[in-house]
Design a protein around this ligand. Structure first.
Ligand code: 5GP
Ligand code: ZN
Length: 132
């Protein structure tokens, strides 16, 4: 094999390994596949929702597509359905919990700690915008 071909092959292998590692070790994929238990899980079409383990508001629910999508930065047009499902699930939860006011947040870049797209539904506490 020529060296250029070797480099191409190694790069392809590395990409496959990286993709596999990301999905197989992803905590939200484990929750979606039932391999990791969480409190109050809601399953709705292509998304799941569950209480955040470290809440920053009285109500802090994570809404997550079952499919591994890394972040807002890697969204593609084909993910449109998952995004709509996430917003619809948020609206359903807000209605069922009779939330008078709520916020939906996506973290990105260095603010995102779990590399699997998720929406935070926050309610019941005031947010000090000057600290953000
Ligand atoms: P990020 O900073 O990526 O936007 O938010 C990730 C959120 O996931 C954090 O609020 C964190 O508390 C939550 N989280 C991380 N690991 C787990 C877990 O194993 N179970 C639950 N329920 N929440 C988690
Ligand atoms: Zn994942």
């Amino acid at each position: 094999m020529k060296s250029a071909e070797k480099i191409k092959w190694a790069a392809k292998e590395a990409l496959i390994r990286l993709k596999y590692m990301t999905v197989s070790s992803c905590i939200f994929c484990k929750i979606a596949n039932g391999k990791q238990k969480v409190k109050h899980i809601i399953k709705s079409g292509s998304v799941i929702a569950f209480d955040d383990i470290n809440p920053v508001a009285k109500v802090h629910i994570l809404i997550v597509p079952k499919k591994h999508i890394e972040s807002v930065s890697t969204l593609e047009s084909k993910n449109a359905h998952d995004l709509i499902e996430m917003f619809k699930t948020a609206a359903k939860i807000a209605e069922s919990k009779k939330l008078e006011a709520f916020r939906l947040t996506f973290n990105g870049g260095k603010f995102q700690h779990v590399p699997h797209l998720h929406m935070h539904l926050l309610a019941g506490s005031k947010i000090d915008w000057s600290k953000l």
